[in-house]
Design a binder for this molecule. Structure first.
Ligand code: ARG
Ligand code: MN
Ligand code: MN
Ligand code: MN
Length: 309
């Protein structure tokens, strides 16, 4: 398989520095070599962790309660083009974050490429403790990493080009083609959005009730076979026991094996077209940073087809 790697050293969607260092940490732990040598993949990578400093606006006041709206908008627009450029050639795109706001770039990029190449809509599997579907108005924090899904699905709308107005219909995702796994910290306004739009979500309660095997059968059944899948994996979906180094850790999460299992099941479909691995922050809980990085790389290897036997 041909893989294109985009390394996004970006932390502007939330307040804690350090998540920008994750791409380098994942790569230094051997990720790209493993993909090439162990998984026989042809990896295209420009060798750079982008920090997008050239996009930093002179001033960036809050707008509709969003923090750093112009910077996040400019970065995600650029990421969208980077991802699109790999996806339009049929490459599987691996994006290393960065905070989860960057999914506005990655998902819009694959959605556009797949529409053009195949005339089809993508499905998204969003693995996370959080739903990241706040609108600017429902968000308590103003942190844009809690909002990407609302902009991608058109639930949040904005005309200003420099504040996500660059997202056009070809970039968008249907709420019917979105499935969540691992949820356990959902804001009040988000619960209403999930309910009102009938969005498919498997919380930790569902994982406990049915087991991860059944949950994956139901999740993939909802999407339907032969639909291109974009997997957006927030490392905080895992329990902090396995992945403590992340900005918004929530206890009661997935085990390391459940995380890898989700990735393996998606790999088995043969329909994976893009993978995001986000929110690893090596500067938080430094003792646990190497575990968190290893967990991230393990999920990536599993999603890209590494099998146990
Ligand atoms: N719901 C909270 C907020 O909107 C937390 C979001 C956490 N998101 C993340 N990508 N880790 O601020
Ligand atoms: Mn999260
Ligand atoms: Mn909350
Ligand atoms: Mn997230």
């Amino acid at each position: 398989h041909d893989v294109g790697v985009v390394a996004v050293g970006f932390s502007g969607g939330q307040p804690k520095p350090g998540v920008d260092a994750a791409p380098m940490a994942l790569i230094e732990a051997g990720l790209i070599k493993e993909l090439e040598n162990d998984l026989d993949m042809k990896v295209a990578f420009d060798g750079q962790v982008h920090n997008y400093a050239e996009l930093l606006p002179a001033e960036d006041p809050e707008y509709r309660g969003m923090k750093r709206p112009k910077f996040v908008s400019a970065v995600t627009k650029t990421v969208s083009d980077q991802v699109y450029n790999y996806a339009k050639d049929g490459k599987l795109v691996l994006t290393l974050g960065g905070d989860h706001s960057i999914a506005m770039g990655t998902i819009s990029g694959t959605a556009k490429a797949v529409r053009e190449r195949l005339g089809r809509e993508i499905a998204v599997i969003w693995v996370d403790a959080h739903a990241d579907i706040n609108t600017p108005e429902t968000s308590d924090s103003g942190n844009i990493h809690g909002m990407p899904v609302s902009f991608l699905t058109g639930l949040a709308k904005e005309d200003r080009e420099d504040c996500f107005g660059w997202l056009k219909p070809e970039h968008m995702l249907s709420t019917k083609k979105l499935v969540y796994i691992g949820l356990r910290d959902i804001d009040r306004g988000e619960k209403k959005i999930l309910r009102d739009h009938g969005i498919k979500a498997f919380s930790m309660h569902d994982v406990d009730r049915h087991g991860i095997g059944k949950v994956m059968d139901m999740a993939l059944g909802w999407i339907g076979s032969d639909t291109p899948i974009h997997l957006s994996f927030d490392i905080d979906a895992l329990d902090p026991m396995w992945a403590p180094s992340t900005g918004t850790a929530v206890r009661g999460g997935l085990t390391l094996r459940e995380g890898d299992f989700i990735a393996e099941c998606v790999a088995e479909t043969g329909s994976l077209i893009a993978l995001d691995l986000v929110e690893v922050n090596p500067s938080l809980d430094e003792v646990g940073a190497s575990d968190t990085i290893r967990a991230g790389n393990s999920i990536i290897r599993c999603a890209l087809g590494d099998t146990l036997l």
